[in-house]
Design a protein around this ligand. Sequence first.
Ligand code: AMP
Length: 429
Amino acid sequence: MSFNSLGLSDALLKAISKKGYSTPSPIQQKAIPPILEGKDVLASAQTGTGKTAGFTLPILQILSQGQQLRQRPIRALILTPTRELAAQILANIKEYSEFLDLRSTVIFGGVNQNPQVTQLRQGVDILVATPGRLIDLQNQGLISLAKVEILVLDEADRMLDMGFVRDIERIIKVLPSKRQNLMFSATFSTDIKKLAMGILHHPVHVEATPENTTVDAIIQKIYPVAKEKKTELIIKLITEGNWKQILVFTRTKQGANKLTESMISAGIKAAAIHGNKGQGARTKALAGFKDGSLTALVATDIAARGLDIPLLPHVVNFELPNIPEDYVHRIGRTGRAGASGEAISLFSPDETVFLRDIEKLVGLKLPKENIKGFEPDPNASTEPIKQGQGRQQRNSTPKKPKIDTTNRSSNNSFGPRRPSQNNDRRSNR
Ligand code: AMP
């Protein structure tokens, strides 16, 4: 199938060819036609599948064919969980709309709102936003969503995980009831299905990879290792393997910092990216990683979600995630766009329960390979690590969550958020 056969306009085809895409990805083939027909779409797709173009291209086509109002009210609203993802989506929109008369901008928290407000005042057709800042500006009367024709919820599962559900509900209340709705999510929990049912009308379901399965092109390996030897092992893998670009996941922000320091001491160019880092530091780390001046990017799950780093050869789970779906998200960062990649997990005995949950979710027994000199003590305890350092005890009383709030507005007036269990399990990230 070619992009020509999807019914996209010449202006879009020209932009697509400038990007160098020759064939639409599976999610694009499946999502673009129903979106162009004006239908609601529920798509199962994670980052790396080409989902952004999957919704952006048809939206641009619809908007460019619609009536152009002089004041340029916001006609398409794209909600997304993180600033990085929001910025990336806007960058894609700008590229795809190069030959169209459409304006777009992005708003997110953690930075001065004034430049964003100035942009909005000049009129934009497409707004990409994180929920907190959108609500903030809405409360201040600086934004009108009364003319929105198309709503996109991107990475809806992550927005729920990050506690944005009430924000999303508030935003939806101020949108016109007659609109087209598109929802993208990598996983489909009961909560996601509930949210979808409340927002979408007779949606067309499309999926890029089957729910919660891992991509075949990714080689997955588990290296059993004594907990205290993980740092030594990862440094050995990077230096002896002469790896050039490696994304490493830790469970906590503190863990990310500590590992980054050890890597730097060992002569590896590394930076950490997590919720405690300011926007400038995050952008710099990501840029350095993309342009090759950094070898290793050490990230927590929330910070890494949605980062567009094409063709990543290696992803390493320095610690296994305590939420099994995160394993699927993490390793989805490699083997992108059909290229093969390697996802390695350093597995210590105290993570036995996490590994069991992951294998259950992906429906695979993951192959284990021992590395001489790093094997764990066969008699080591398989008890999960204590609360506060990782997984919560299943039946414990929930602690007040300490979630990554870096993408949130600090003074939204919609009252307290109800912490979800997931938020609790994501403390320290
Ligand atoms: P996404 O899943 O939207 O984050 O896209 C992942 C990467 O695939 C991005 O770098 C896109 O530029 C790229 N991409 C999107 N569509 C295509 C396509 N049809 N052919 C090749 N690359 C693509």
